[in-house]
Design a binder for this molecule. Structure first.
Ligand SMILES: *Cc1c(COP(=O)(O)O)cnc(C)c1O
Length: 500
């Protein structure tokens, strides 16, 4: 099995190369030439296995050019050593008889990005050794908050890699800012950019596209790369937790081996839900994938009509990690449901680029709808739903999870599917979005004058959940990164850091 571009061309490479390269030369995303399948015995074997063992078994089906020893070492480095606050890594919480919550936020930064960004750096570092790449890789990240911190934690002190993260000076929450400026590690730097997220992102893109600058870096032994969610090395770790959740449900007796379940996924870039699609194609028994969006409901419309149209107002919502109008990973789904029709995919992506819109037509839509169902929740609904679920079950959800939990119920009502167990993917600890969660749960005046640290304590009292130690300690953690730069200065700042 090799990896090829969703937009055709003659690249045909092993997974280690796809992970180093990130994006294909023609702008397409790397996809496996075959999707491996597993049998009932494989699934049964996962039931009593640890998360790490489940990961080793699933990953080895896709990363066929890695030795089992290499995969084992990567998995141990990513998910071992108490990096997660529970041995289960991604535990399943029984919310109601037929509703379970898959908690993906027990990692070092309390958000779902850790599931992939703990493993990607290990896969990348191993890939460099395997392919004999001698350059030092420099990861550049522009972040609106969560991804930057998760990338820093994942890449810190990993061999042959350096990482620089740019965040908008006044565009992240106080908790997010502190998480980043206190970052430890000998190979990391964190920089505030004067401006908003777009300024930071444009600055990073300009660096990637500056040929002369890239050549100068190469002469010094450095090669730029990115850690964003189109890299196959970020997608493949996410396939594991679909198998893991299923195995846990069988183990708990919630379902019998072979029963189908629904997965309900709060979606932005379509990476999380697409990992589930790969699990299903491998043989995991899934009935429907329910795609949950916030007010940026471009995917809801697409999955209902077959028309993807990004020409619409962008909303800043209470679930900011889903504020996305171009869901890049959808391209991989289109490739697979058209049976690998790369010319067709390239056409659609060109149309998206030029007009902001494409239409996949009735036949492709019907294929997609066999597996996917979609709905959305606006902010008012999302906050009211946090309250409702808390009042009914005493379970505290963050805003992203609430979007999914709400849509799980609209799916039940609309489809009449009341028998299948819904697995709701929970993508952030409620502490990560404590202000919105508290607005949902307490009277307004309770919050007046409270800073973000006081809010952590307030949420602890209400929810009964322990404040994640990494968040609690931020108040007193030493500040290590203080550089502020204009967006025009970003290239020089990166060079200065590399030449330190
Ligand atoms: C990134 C993120 C999402 C969206 O995941 P995609 O893979 O982009 O669809 C949802 N919730 C949270 C908290 C996230 O950080």
């Amino acid at each position: 099995m090799n990896y090829v571009s969703t937009r055709g061309g003659n690249e045909n490479i092993v997974s280690a190369e796809a992970i180093i390269q990130g994006l294909s030369a023609n702008g397409g995303l790397f996809v496996p030439t075959e999707i491996p399948t597993v049998d009932e015995a494989f699934l049964a074997g996962l039931t009593n296995a640890s998360y790490q063992d489940r990961a080793k078994q699933v990953l080895s089906r896709f990363l066929v050019d890695y030795t089992q020893d290499e995969i084992d070492a990567c998995v141990t480095a990513a998910y071992g050593d108490n990096k997660f606050d529970t041995a289960a890594i991604a535990p399943v919480y029984p919310l109601r008889e037929k509703d379970a919550v898959l908690e993906l936020w027990h990692g070092p930064t309390s958000a779902f990005k850790d599931m992939a960004l703990q493993l990607l750096p290990q896969l990348l570092s191993t890939a460099l050794k395997k392919t004999g790449e001698k350059s030092e890789i420099v990861i550049l990240v522009a972040t609106s908050g969560d991804t930057g911190k998760a990338a820093l934690e994942g890449f810190k002190d990993v061999d042959q890699i350096k990482i620089a993260v740019f965040y908008p000076q006044n565009g992240v929450s106080e908790i997010q800012r502190r998480q980043m400026i206190t970052q430890e590690g000998g190979n990391v730097t964190v920089l505030a950019v004067k401006g908003n997220f777009d300024d930071a992102q444009t600055g990073v893109k300009r660096i990637f596209n500056d040929t002369v600058y890239n050549e100068e870096l190469r002469a010094d032994g450095f090669k730029l790369s990115s850690a964003n969610s189109i890299n196959w090395g970020r997608l493949v770790p996410q396939i594991v937790y679909y198998f893991s959740a299923y195995a846990d449900l069988v183990k708990a007796g919630t379902i019998a081996a072979g029963d189908k379940v629904n997965f309900v996924v709060p979606t932005g870039n379509f990476g999380n839900i697409l990992a589930g699609y790969y699990a299903k194609r491998m043989g995991l028994p899934v009935n429907k994938f329910v795609c949950a969006s916030n007010a940026n409901n471009v995917l809801t419309d697409f999955l209902r009509t077959g028309v993807y149209d990004r020409n619409r107002t962008f909303h800043k919502t209470a679930s900011p990690s889903m504020d996305i109008l171009i869901s890049s990973n959808l391209e991989r789904l289109l490739y697979h449901v058209t049976g690998g029709n790369d010319a067709q995919v390239a056409d659609w992506m060109q149309s998206l680029n030029e007009t902001g819109r494409y239409d996949v037509g009735a036949e492709v839509l019907a294929k997609i709808q066999e597996l996917f169902w979609a709905d959305y929740a606006d902010d008012e609904t999302t906050l009211a739903n946090i309250r409702k679920v808390f009042d009914e079950t005493h379970y505290t959800m963050d805003t992203h999870t609430s979007v999914a939990e709400y849509v799980a119920n609209t799916y039940r009502a609309a489809s009449g599917d009341t028998d299948t167990v819904n697995v709701i993917l929970s993508t952030a600890s409620p502490y990560k979005f404590n202000q919105s969660v508290l607005e949902a749960l307490v009277e307004k005046d309770t919050l007046e004058g409270k800073d973000e640290f006081a809010m952590l304590d307030c949420l602890a009292e209400i929810s009964g959940l322990v404040v994640p130690p990494a968040l609690a300690s931020l108040k007193t953690a030493p500040i290590r990164h203080t550089t502020v730069c204009a967006k025009e200065e970003m290239p020089e700042v990166v060079k200065a850091y590399l030449n330190e």
